[in-house]
Design a binder for this molecule. Structure first.
Ligand code: F6R
Length: 241
C-alpha cells in the first residue's frame, strides 16, 4: 500500500487526477467512481484537464459504487444525478457508459445480481476511487460488512445518515437503505485509490491503514489488495503513527 501525504487538499486532488489521467490517456479504461465530497476536487481537476489539456474520456466507461434505495434517479441527491452534475456533464464521458445500481428497481435482489454481472462483463474496474466514512465504511459497507461481500442492500448506520444529512434538508430525509458494491466487489478493481482530507477522517484512515484487518473497519480490506494508493492531506494523516 502506498500512502501519499500532501500538504493541502488541492494537492490531494491533483495527485489523484494524475493517477486517473494516466489510465484515461492509456486508452479504453473502466473507472470506478465514488460520490460524496471527497472526490469532488479531483472531478473538477479532471474537468479542467479535459477543457484545457485535451484529456479525452470518449473511450472510458464508469461504474458507481452505490446508490440510495428508493430515491428517484431524478432526485438531485441520487448518486445517479450527483455524478452527472459533478463530473460527467463536464467531460466527454458518454453518459450511457456510466452505470450505477438502480435504486428504483422493483426487485433489488435482481438488480444487485445484474450490477455485479455488468461490472464483470465490462472486464472489471481498472481504477476505483474511494472516499472513507468516519466509521471506516467504503462504498456503503458499514462496520460489520463481510470482507468478501458482493453488491447488496445495506442499512445505513445512524452516524452515516447524520454525516450525509448535509446533502439533504435534514437527517430525516436521508434514506435508510442503499445498494452498494460489496467489499469483495470493490476489491476486484485492479487499483484502489483512496482520497481523504481533514482531521475528521484521521481516525478512520489510521484504523484502515494501521489497524487490524477487521469487518469493523471495512476500509481495512484494502490491506489485502495488491495495488492501493491512499492519497491524504496532513490533517487526515494526523492520527498515523
Ligand atoms: C459514496 C461512498 C461513500 C463516501 C463516504 C465519504 O459513493 O461510497 O463511501 O465515499 O461516505 O463521504 P464524504 O466524501 O462525503 O466524506
Amino acid at each position: 500500500m502506498e500512502i501519499v501525504i500532501q500538504p493541502t487538499p488541492a494537492e490531494v486532488d491533483s495527485t489523484v487526477a494524475d493517477i486517473v489521467e494516466g489510465y484515461v490517456r492509456a486508452g479504453a479504461t473502466t473507472l470506478g467512481l465514488a460520490t460524496g465530497s471527497s472526490p469532488i476536487g479531483t472531478y473538477r481537476e479532471l474537468a479542467a484537464r479535459h477543457r484545457d489539456a485535451e484529456l479525452d474520456f470518449s473511450l472510458a466507461r464508469a461504474f458507481l459504487l452505490d446508490e440510495y434505495l428508493g430515491l428517484p434517479k431524478r432526485h438531485p441527491e441520487s448518486y445517479y444525478s450527483v455524478i452527472r452534475s459533478e463530473f460527467v456533464d463536464h467531460v466527454n464521458l458518454d453518459p450511457a457508459m456510466v452505470s450505477s445500481p438502480n435504486g428504483e428497481a422493483p426487485c433489488p435482489e435482481k438488480e444487485i445480481a445484474r450490477y455485479d454481472q455488468s461490472i464483470a462483463a465490462a472486464g472489471g474496474v481498472d481504477v476505483q476511487l474511494l472516499g472513507i466514512g468516519t466509521d471506516g465504511h467504503i462504498g456503503f459497507n458499514e462496520p460489520g460488512s463481510s470482507l468478501t461481500s458482493r453488491t447488496r442492500v445495506k442499512t445505513l448506520t445512524e452516524q452515516t445518515r447524520i454525516d450525509n444529512a448535509r446533502f439533504f434538508d435534514g437527517v430525516d430525509d436521508v434514506p435508510h437503505h442503499v445498494l452498494t458494491q460489496g467489499l469483495g466487489t470493490i476489491s476486484d478493481a485492479r487499483h484502489l485509490v483512496m482520497i481523504a482530507t481533514g482531521e475528521g477522517k484521521a481516525d478512520a484512515i489510521a484504523a484502515a491503514v494501521e489497524g487490524p484487518l477487521s469487518a469493523f473497519c471495512p476500509a481495512s480490506v484494502m490491506q489485502l489488495h495488491r495495488h492501493v494508493t491512499v492519497v491524504i492531506d496532513e490533517a487526515a494523516a494526523s492520527s498515523l503513527k
